[in-house]
Design a protein around this ligand. Structure first.
Ligand code: NAD
Length: 450
């Protein structure tokens, strides 16, 4: 099928490359000329494992090309995916300016296009948006009727950054919300060779499935953090606790990792947008508000705990290991590191940061802190260390790397350090120093293997 992806960011590019790998002809459209040039020369504008290899393959097989020519792309394709950003406004509500503008532009092309065309919203939008904003904008600009002259679907994306290609090619489920049968059938055909359950719904249900999924995952993390904070005070290892909890099939072991809070371009803004929308329609979403509050608090608790260990932070050098909101990504949108660095600076600390991929993005936000070229470099001469992102390379750090610190005060926010390589560090929501439960962990591991 001939597909145009409108908006070639994390989702648009990964999805576009994924559809190309599946044999479709994909045109990636973006307003950012530099991004378009990078994509056409086989360079991914974002760091995402496997993405660049698959991009190169798709370009070589002439299955994908990028352009700034919006009209040309929509004109020559059968389906257009809208995958532009949906950021938060200051009040937490969803900012739909990119979605509106892309819809209007599609409508202008459809005004003169004769063939049937299907528009699919892939951006995360609050329930009701596809019909009230996208449909209306396209109808107004095209003078045509949705469900008759053009098709309309909402197909939320569930990929995780850091695993975007894998997730796109093997998703847990595909949700297709459609206005009418014809457009729903066409989008379903696009996914025909995916071995994945497909759920066909109406448009508003598909929009809500995405919000409910993200809100639930955010709730799981804040729940684990809350239990972790209690465990810490009681000298219990929350990771052992959650292992026991997660073995319950009704709960599942995923997203129960307590730590320095969630970030990224989705959970914080999507939960906030759902809260805002709920209030607009007269419902007080108390649980979701608490989930967000707990998450904000978690990023301060890590600094408070560090100050308890290291004493007044004024003038002290704190090494921050990890800046990206998650490992295997260079994305720093709403990353926990941002709140943590702000809080450290507010308390007068000097910050020395290291991240394998996200340094350049962070430099734009905090130009005046020190950036190291390696974890060892960042640790050298520091008074204390916070581990903020669970990059695999931090797992390989040893006592000899930490021995270069002025004082060896380590607070782990992600449970990534290897206890057999590093001694005497503490966890944000768990006890790590000679803990009794680690003896049990070893015994349990042996038992579970047997
Ligand atoms: N990032 C994720 O992990 C993820 C996962 C699932 C869903 N989503 C949702 O997908 C959507 C996109 O997210 P993202 O992270 O890819 O955003 P992004 O900001 O990385 O990318 C958006 C792209 O759209 C381009 N754009 C804006 N207006 C345009 C227009 N009129 N025409 C062409 N291009 C235009 C921008 O230049 C940018 O490159 C959001 O709604 C987000 O919530 C994101």
């Amino acid at each position: 099928m001939k597909i145009s992806m409108i908006g070639t960011g994390y989702v648009g590019l990964a999805t576009g490359v994924g559809f190309a790998v599946k044999g479709n002809d994909v045109t990636c459209v973006d307003i950012d000329q530099r991004k378009v040039e990078q994509i056409n020369s086989g360079v991914s504008p974002i760091y995402e494992p496997l993405l660049e290899d698959y991009l190169k393959k798709a370009l070589k097989e002439k299955k994908l090309a990028a352009t700034t020519d919006f009209s040309g792309a929509v004109e020559k394709t059968e389906v257009s995916f809208i995958s532009v950003g949906t950021p938060s406004r200051e009040d937490g509500s969803i900012d739909l300016k990119y979605v509106e503008s892309a819809s209007r532009q599609i409508g202008e092309v459809l005004r003169r296009k004769r063939e049937y065309h299907v528009v699919v919203v892939k951006s995360t939008v609050v329930p009701g948006t596809t019909e009230s904003v996208v449909l209306k904008s396209i109808e107004k600009a095209s003078g045509k009727k949705a469900g008759k002259d053009f098709g309309l679907c909402m197909n939320p994306e569930f990929l995780k950054e850091g695993k975007a290609i894998e997730d796109f090619l093997s998703p847990d489920r595909i949700v297709i919300g459609s206005l009418d049968k014809r457009s729903g059938d066409l989008v379903e055909k696009l996914y025909a060779n995916f071995k994945t359950p497909v759920l066909m719904t109406d448009i508003r249900t598909a929009e809500m499935i995405k919000y409910a999924s993200n809100a639930f995952l955010a709730t799981k993390i804040s729940f684990a953090n809350e239990v972790g904070n209690i465990c810490k005070k009681m000298g219990i290892d929350v990771y052992e606790v959650m292992k026991g909890v997660g073995l319950d099939k009704r709960i599942s072991p995923h997203f129960l990792n307590a730590g320095a809070g969630y970030g990224g371009s989705c959970f914080p803004k999507d939960v906030e947008a759902l809260i805002h929308r709920a209030k607009e329609i007269g419902y007080e979403p108390k649980l979701l508000e608490e989930v967000q509050d707990l998450n904000r608090r978690q990023k301060i608790i890590i600094v408070e705990q560090l100050e308890k260990k290291a004493g007044n932070l004024k003038g002290k050098t704190v090494c921050v290991l990890g800046l990206a909101f998650k490992p295997d990504s260079d994305d720093i949108r709403e990353a926990s590191s941002i709140s943590i660095i702000s809080e450290l600076l507010r308390r007068g600390a000097k910050v020395k940061a290291y991240d394998p991929k996200a340094t350049e993005s962070m430099r734009k936000l905090f130009p005046d802190i020190e950036y190291a070229k390696s974890a060892q470099d960042a640790l050298s001469g520091s008074d204390a260390c916070l581990v903020v992102t669970e990059w695999g390379e931090f797992k390989r750090l040893t006592d000899s790397d930490f021995s270069k610190m002025k004082r060896k005060i380590i607070l782990e926010g992600r449970r990534i350090l290897d206890r057999s390589r590093v001694k005497n560090f503490d966890g944000l929501c768990w006890r790590t120093l000679n803990s009794i439960s680690s003896v049990f962990t070893k015994r349990n591991k042996r038992k579970m293997k047997a």
